[in-house]
Design a protein around this ligand. Sequence first.
Ligand SMILES: [Fe+2]
Length: 205
Amino acid sequence: MMPLTIVQLPLPDLTNFSYLVYCEESRKGIAVDPSFVPQVVLQAATELEVELLYLVNTHGHRDHIEGNRAVMTATGVQLAAHPADLPDADRQLADGDLIKIGNGSIEVLHTPGHSPGSIVLKTEDAVLTGDTLFVTRCGRADLPGSEVTQMYESLQRLKRLPAAMRVFPGHDYGPQPVSTIGQELEQNDYLRCPDLKSFIRLRMG
Ligand SMILES: [Fe+2]
């Protein structure tokens, strides 16, 4: 079985990434975080002839969800997200849920901290980390709905993933757009904090 294909979509004049994740064999897939420019992920789905099964949000912040309505209107696709951030989502995701995509599937990891309903989407060999983990950085934990201890625990969970697993973040904030868990264990100070106290000092200081 081939792993799901992930297309990282930089957006004009924004640091945000949208994503298209799809199964090459069945051409079924999902759109992730259309941000303010829903045309980008819609065009990618059209060009690659991918039928969208869901629109998924990594969390409920406006710079990730603003284009939801446009994607849903254009395609009729349903919204899947964690209800703590998006209570009106058609499919309410919880930790451990599987989103079937053709011959593959995505596992949902509930990773609160940046926001109460932040999730990470895990394929066989990659994670889409939203605003929880960036290349060399992590998401803010000082926003309304943020909780720094939860953020620390969510990052501890990501640290235990296989080192070869690729990391696709929600923003282009690092020296390169894509990384791996192994690279982040070496280069990300937020993951290298030895304990909660030092993490809080670094993140909130
Ligand atoms: Fe965010």
